[in-house]
Design a protein around this ligand. Structure first.
Ligand SMILES: Nc1nc2c(ncn2[C@@H]2O[C@H](COP(=O)(O)OP(=O)(O)OP(=O)(O)O)[C@@H](O)[C@H]2O)c(=O)[nH]1
Ligand SMILES: [Mg+2]
Length: 427
């Protein structure tokens, strides 16, 4: 078959600013949409945002904007329009008809990237199921199975008379895929049981897409996982053994990255893969500290972890890509994450901070909380106690008493509370 598609499709990005959405949030979403477009193999020719009180129910944007887009086509020569918000089947259909051009929304873009990046049987089954679920309600008029399965810019395929046939085929295929998904889940469950039998604790590297999870897995274990400056490079999680500084061995797994507005079709289909983090004994939340939106991205990840039922798991925050920040930016990031119990600045690429990260994983596995004490002279027994129940990392004799830095089991914290220094205060 001859591929007549241009090497890189030219995409025009549009978003709608609704009341209540801060500019900063929308700007970040549009930046991310451009990143998604590039990852999918497209080129961004323009990106713009239209303020509206609500999306137009028929067209998503206003009539005036549609007319303007038509005019701009000569100037920018774009092949498709990509919308930041999700379109209803009706909006998408109407827009395509009005503009006589392919229109894609955020969900479709992400589904397309997943389709390109799924390599294992499990990944492929999940992606196909998600795409078909998304496609089914859109199978009217110009839509058809072949066009959808051909990538973000594919056209052609059978005419409208075949739509009913296509629809039946898709439903049959979905039934088949559902059976295979049951198998996928059973296999995952079996692997989990095997891991439990191995008696090793499991550590999941979770985080926003492109945060550096695979780089970190490679740095910790030499796993040789593919690393890309792309979104959703990893769809098929890898697990490797790791020896912690305490000498204990654990199993570390890479996971699928998260993103804001993760398509629900995708979450449903990828349940088995995403749920892996739910069963981990410890979650290492990898944050790209060099991303301007690091704090918002971390909040997205924490929300998804909560939805998956893993919100209360012992967690270590690994502030990654610290090599890209200057000293003052590093301090600011650390301060922004000071309310998390275990935070370790690292550079997975340069292999920095990994020893400290290992200690934090050790602590999280035993649910130890870091703390700093100032103990008056005469009460040194408290420090000895901390050494025994948790761990002692630093002791310093100061004029006002003995300063100690260490870790305590959560259940013992009340014991040390009278001597605890405020955690955000600099030692
Ligand atoms: N400067 C710098 N770049 C890093 C660091 N860690 C990872 N990167 C880069 O960040 C990009 C993404 O890294 P990955 O390890 O693929 O990220 P990921 O979290 O596995 O991403 P997905 O699997 O796509 O969700 C790559 O270009 C890495 O080289 C780091 O510590 N410093
Ligand atoms: Mg990865």
């Amino acid at each position: 078959m001859v591929d007549t598609r241009p090497a890189r499709e030219r995409a025009y990005l549009i978003g709608v600013r609704l009341p209540g959405t801060p500019d900063r949030v929308l700007a970040e979403q549009m930046r991310e949409l451009a990143e998604l477009t590039r990852t999918a193999g497209g080129e961004v020719v323009a990106s713009e945002v239209q303020p509206r009180s609500a999306p137009d129910p028929a067209l998503f944007v206003g009539r005036g904007k549609v007319a303007e887009l038509k005019r701009r086509r000569d100037e920018h020569a774009f092949d498709l329009v990509i919308c930041n918000e999700d379109l209803s089947p009706r909006q998408q259909r109407n827009l395509e008809r009005e503009l006589d051009i392919r229109v894609v929304d955020r969900t479709e873009l992400i589904l397309d990237i997943f389709a390109q990046h799924a390599h294992t049987r499990e990944g492929r089954i999940q992606v196909e199921a998600a795409r078909l679920h998304h496609l089914l309600p859109r199978l009217i008029g110009a839509y058809d199975y072949h066009r959808q399965m051909g990538g973000i810019g594919a056209r052609g395929g059978p005419g409208e008379q075949q739509i009913e046939v296509e629809r039946r085929r898709i439903r049959d295929r979905l039934r088949e895929l559902d059976r295979e998904l049951v198998e996928v889940r059973a296999q995952r469950e079996q692997q989990r049981r095997a891991r439990r039998r191995s008696q090793l604790s499991t550590v999941a590297l979770a985080g926003y897409t492109n945060a550096g999870k695979s780089t970190l897995l490679n740095a910790l274990t030499g796993a040789g996982v593919r690393v890309e400056d792309q979104l959703f490079a990893t769809l098929d999680p890898t697990t490797r053994r790791l020896r912690l500084p305490s000498g204990r061995q654990v199993l570390v797994s890479d996971t699928v990255g998260f993103i804001q507005k993760l398509p629900t079709d995708l979450v449903a289909a990828f349940r088995a893969t995403l749920e892996e983090v739910t069963y981990a004994d410890v979650i290492v939340h990898v944050v790209d500290a060099s991303a301007p939106a690091a704090v918002d991205q971390a909040a997205t990840v924490e929300a998804v972890l909560g939805e998956l039922g893993a919100g209360d798991r012992p967690q270590v925050v690994a502030l990654n890509k610290m090599d890209r920040l200057g000293p003052s930016e590093r301090r600011r990031r650390l301060a922004e994450f000071a309310d998390r119990p275990l935070v370790v600045p690292i550079s997975a690429r340069l292999g920095l901070g990994l020893e400290e990260l290992g200690r934090a994983i050790d602590a999280a596995e035993r649910d130890l909380v870091p703390l700093r004490l100032l103990v008056p002279y005469g009460r040194e027994g408290v420090i000895e106690e901390l050494r025994q129940v948790g761990g002692l990392e630093e002791v310093e004799y100061r004029a006002e008493g003995t300063y100690a830095r260490g870790r305590s089991p959560r259940a013992w914290l009340h014991r040390f509370a009278p001597y605890a220094l405020d955690r955000s205060e600099k030692a």
